[in-house]
Design a protein around this ligand. Structure first.
Ligand code: CDP
Length: 227
């Protein structure tokens, strides 16, 4: 069976870009699990729900029709009740609410089930917060990708600027720190490295360097230990 690769880490560490490039180089599928929580968030915003109400959130996650398709360049295309929401899920209002959705146990149960189903087929790179610790504990390779808060905010800000959204670095630091706090402190599957994850601090690394390091590790076939 082709390998399963888990890439976890905090917001803005470059997980999605790295995971997609690794998948492409190794001929594996790519699943962006964060996009799934983001799609539930979009559904909630459209209905004007109370994001503190866990019952409403869980019911919403169970009820919506969420589908992931793969474009030729390996991007995930996300459909919410048949509508392509790939762009919508990246909007700032979604960033501000997604961690409230993702901390709800009922929402996680539905999403994790879908993710495990995809993981069982093997040959996949999945990125998120709990892939190595919960979704694919049996993954052959686990990486935890991080970087300093300022560097992560800088990278995320550059991404948003390219899309015409202007936020100050301070605003970006605040938003990312708030999300990290909720993600790390929640009761169900909080953000943390798996015991057997290879930790990569990319503060001083380029995306290409991170991709090469992961591809080389997988190709050599040795998992475990820190860089
Ligand atoms: O790309 P970015 O790091 O901004 O975040 P993302 O991967 O799109 O994930 C958005 C949010 O979904 C995170 O802040 C978490 O609250 C949640 N998430 C999660 O709880 N578990 C996952 N496996 C993936 C994302």
């Amino acid at each position: 069976m082709k390998p399963r690769i888990a890439i976890d880490g905090p917001a803005g560490a470059g997980k999605s870009t790295v995971a997609r490039a690794v998948a492409k180089e190794l001929g594996l599928a790519y699943l962006d699990t964060g996009a799934m929580y983001r799609a539930v968030t979009v559904a909630g915003l459209r209905r004007g729900i109370d994001f503190e109400d866990e019952e409403v959130l869980a019911a919403l996650a169970a009820e919506i029709d969420l589908a992931v398709e793969y474009s030729d360049d390996g991007q995930n295309i996300i459909f919410l009740n048949g509508e392509n929401v790939t762009e919508t899920i990246r909007e700032p209002v979604v960033n501000r609410h997604v961690s409230l959705v993702a901390r709800c146990p009922g929402v996680r149960a539905v999403m994790v089930e879908k993710q495990r189903e995809i993981g069982r087929r093997g040959g996949v790179v999945m990125d998120g917060r709990d892939i190595g610790t919960n979704v694919m504990t049996e993954a052959e390779f686990k990486f935890y990708l991080t970087a300093s808060l300022t560097e992560r905010a800088r990278r995320r800000r550059a991404e948003l600027l390219a899309k015409g959204q202007t936020l100050t670095l301070e605003q970006m630091i605040e938003e990312i720190a708030a999300r990290d706090k909720i993600d790390s402190e929640r009761e169900v599957s909080p953000l943390r490295p798996a015991d057997d994850a290879i930790i990569i601090d990319s503060t001083e690394m380029t995306i290409d360097e991170v991709v090469s390091l992961i591809v080389a590790t997988v190709t050599r076939g040795n998992a475990g230990g820190n860089t």
